[in-house]
Design a protein around this ligand. Structure first.
Ligand SMILES: NC(=O)c1ccc[n+]([C@@H]2O[C@H](COP(=O)([O-])OP(=O)(O)OC[C@H]3O[C@@H](n4cnc5c(N)ncnc54)[C@H](OP(=O)(O)O)[C@@H]3O)[C@@H](O)[C@H]2O)c1
Length: 340
């Protein structure tokens, strides 16, 4: 794990060790992830099974292009049966090469449940948790509570520090951002970010992205909701800000609509190794050049299996991305779609 888990002996991460021995930066070490054109798609991996990992501009380190959200899906309290299911969901996520886990104090018991699952997997000793990229949020009106909430979250996850701490929904951002930046400067935190999922906050977010040296921004982007394409995604690229995409399935509605209307996958989906809609919807997102990772949430192991299928193989190139949008916009029963 990038950050230190309290219940695990402190050892140098293997990746960090190799990097130091070779005197390489993160980006160079993962040269197999450099894109090359292949069959109309962008190939990110030498073998079909290596996870697609995209750069974090601030450091050049790479992050798996499929992460995991936890809103609702990990808010399951203390039921042993539900906890055991979450352990299996997280196990599959990590075994497939997933890294970023996103949570928030807003998500009920999710932080505690993540902590429980990591602890169970850690005790098994298979080093599964070594690559977790823990990302949480500050979500409080209380301006003086930044540090306190950070510590509380770290405690619930079983960590001493986070890789990424984000201000949730721009709440009291004027107070929280400077504290997080200071913590980063002192080495208590690796990356600082800010999140929203509301179009009405986009102009505020744009101003913050222009003014502050953010490492990450988290926003909503999917084949139906493309409001960020015009300004925020290009700005993130210009400013070197990594992008995490929330609500990649439009909260699940987009998959439901596609399935209810029995809309067939386009016949070229196999050329980018997609066998179902969730994979194609996720690859549409992660193939955007500004996007670092998408964080779909699921409460079901079979859905996690489907979603992690989007982490390998090739990604649609620009013509295929446009073709997907045009195909979806031609489906009469699918609301809210617009052509490329
Ligand atoms: N402002 C913010 O910071 C903010 C706002 C919104 C979201 N987020 C983050 O982003 C994450 C993702 O957003 P979200 O949870 O709102 O929406 P989402 O990931 O777009 O959709 C989640 C829904 O999709 C369903 N689903 C997942 N995989 C599926 C599959 N393979 N087949 C069919 N259905 C599938 C899930 O149902 P099942 O459980 O049945 O699989 C769930 O109901 C959140 O969990 C949270 O961590 C952050």
């Amino acid at each position: 794990m990038h950050s230190i888990m309290r219940n695990k002996p402190l050892t140098m991460k293997r990746r960090e060790f190799v990097r130091q021995c070779l005197g390489l930066s993160g980006g160079l070490l993962l040269a197999s992830s450099v894109p090359a054109l292949l069959n109309g798609g962008i190939a990110y991996a030498d073998s079909g099974h290596a996870p697609i990992r995209k750069p974090i501009p601030a450091t050049g380190d790479r992050l798996s292009s499929i992460g995991m959200g936890t809103w609702r899906t990990f808010n399951v309290g203390s039921s042993p049966a539900l906890l055991a299911q979450r352990v299996e969901i997280l196990r599959h996520f990590l075994q497939s090469g997933g890294e970023c886990i996103d949570s928030s104090p807003m998500y009920g018991s999710s932080r505690e449940v993540i902590g429980h699952c990591l602890n169970v997997l850690n005790k098994e000793g298979a080093n599964l948790t070594d690559k977790v990229f823990p990302a949480d949020k500050i979500w409080t009106y209380e301006e003086a509570a930044t540090r306190r909430q950070y510590d509380e979250s770290a405690d619930l996850w079983g960590l001493t520090s986070f890789e990424l701490m984000q201000v949730h929904n721009l709440l009291a951002w004027e107070a929280h951002l400077p504290v997080l930046m200071e913590m980063k400067a002192k080495g208590q935190l690796r990356y600082v970010g800010i999140t929203t999922s509301h179009g009405r906050r986009h102009s505020d977010l744009e101003q913050i992205m222009r003014k502050y040296p953010l490492d990450f921004v988290q926003l909503t982007y999917n084949a139906r909701d493309r409001a960020v394409e015009d300004r925020l995604l290009p700005l993130a690229r210009d400013r070197g800000i990594a992008v995490i995409v929330n609500r990649p399935f439009d909260g699940g509605q987009l998959i439901d609509d596609l399935q209810r209307q029995q809309i067939a996958l386009p016949d070229w989906a196999g050329s980018v190794q997609c066998t179902n809609w969730p994979q194609l919807l996720l690859k549409f997102i992660t193939s955007h050049p500004a996007v670092t990772c998408a964080i779909p949430a699921t409460s079901r192991l079979e859905h996690m299996r489907e979603n992690m299928g989007a982490l390998t193989g090739s990604l649609p190139d620009e013509p295929l991305r446009r073709e997907l949008l045009n195909y979806l916009s031609r489906q009469p029963g699918l609301r809210g779609m617009r052509p490329a």
